[in-house]
Design a protein around this ligand. Structure first.
Ligand SMILES: C[S@@+](CC[C@H](N)C(=O)[O-])C[C@H]1O[C@@H](n2cnc3c(N)ncnc32)[C@H](O)[C@@H]1O
Length: 296
């Protein structure tokens, strides 16, 4: 019997596979090796991560191992994000479809959702909301799910992203209250005003690209990078806010830590008030918000 055949015939339990893969991912510099191994093995076995803990000593069948091996290879070799390998990502308790056409929703973006909900605490309010650069629909759909009487407009430059967001809205039963429009920043909503404008726009500087994690190469560049300093889309959002907010309405933007001061100044210059900064769970400045003038 050859070494390859012996390896194929060896019994591998769930725990052994997890240990081996965690070490392999760690050696390859994957940031969360154990978590990634668990997500991929659960997917290959057709269950969830909790099930793995109950099945630690269970042998994994050869066909399941082959499916898992293929996922491990793509994760460690090609550095494809786990969410793209699974085709989905949890965000604000919503399960969203994710494809290479959209940014993988990030946990820090939940800070943006939390800031918006805190500013509009009445769950029954008939709000109008605009989400610019909706991607998978993460922020728009989280807000629509939390404010059942809100009407949400979600925009993006990318038609491919809007198709994914539309699919997610249908899957979550929110499509009736979410309108999708294509175009640059406020162009698709010319002449319209909203109670709340939110955005997690591209905010990385193009010059940062070489130093970033290899996983980012699998996400759309247009979702990540904005010009030389990363501020291009953010500043357009601020400049047009007064024209698109109802009196007293709120603008809330996700930013990169380090952009705070520039955004504060821009908000002040655009006549917005009550400028505030909120930190994410890692303690980094992550959201800048400001209000339009109220009725005088
Ligand atoms: C950082 S991703 C955020 C996606 C999603 N909102 C999220 O938080 O997961 C930014 C999104 O903005 C879109 N975008 C980039 N430039 C834009 C522009 N000028 N106008 C409208 N959308 C834009 C990209 O296509 C991408 O889907």
């Amino acid at each position: 019997m050859s070494a390859g055949e012996r390896e194929r015939d060896r019994i591998w339990t769930v725990l052994q596979l997890l240990r081996w893969t965690t070490d392999h991912f760690a050696e390859r510099g994957i940031e969360s090796p154990r978590l990634d191994a668990e997500c991929l093995l659960a997917h290959a076995l057709g269950g969830d991560r909790l099930r793995l803990y109950l099945d630690y000593e269970k042998p994994v069948e050869a066909d399941e191992r082959a499916a898992f091996r293929a996922l491990v290879r793509r994760r460690a070799g090609e550095r494809i994000p786990v969410a793209q390998l699974l085709g989905q990502k949890e965000f604000w308790s919503l399960r969203l479809q994710v494809t290479p056409d959209v940014l993988v929703p990030r946990p820090e973006t939940e800070t943006l959702v939390a800031a918006a909900l805190e500013a509009f605490p009445d769950a029954d309010a008939e709000l109008t909301i605009l989400d610019v650069g909706t991607g998978s629909g993460a922020v728009a759909l989280a807000l629509a799910s939390e404010r059942p009487k809100a009407r949400v407009t979600a925009s993006d430059l990318s038609d491919a992203a809007l198709a994914v967001a539309g699919h997610n809205a249908e899957q979550l039963g929110l499509a009736e209250r979410v309108r999708f429009v294509a175009g640059d920043v406020y162009a698709p909503v010319a002449g319209e005003r909203f109670d709340l404008v939110v955005s997690n726009p591209p905010y990385l500087a193009e010059s940062e690209a070489p130093g970033l994690a290899p996983e980012l190469e699998h996400e759309p560049a247009g979702a990540l990078f904005a010009d030389e300093d990363g501020l291009d889309v953010l500043l357009k959002l601020v400049a047009g806010a007064a024209e698109h907010l109802n009196p007293g309405g709120l603008l809330a933007l996700e930013i990169a830590p380090g952009q705070t001061q520039r955004l504060r100044e821009a908000c002040g210059g655009a006549g917005l008030r009550e400028i505030a900064v909120r930190r994410d769970l890692a303690g980094r400045e992550r959201v800048v918000s400001a209000r339009a003038r109220g009725e005088d």
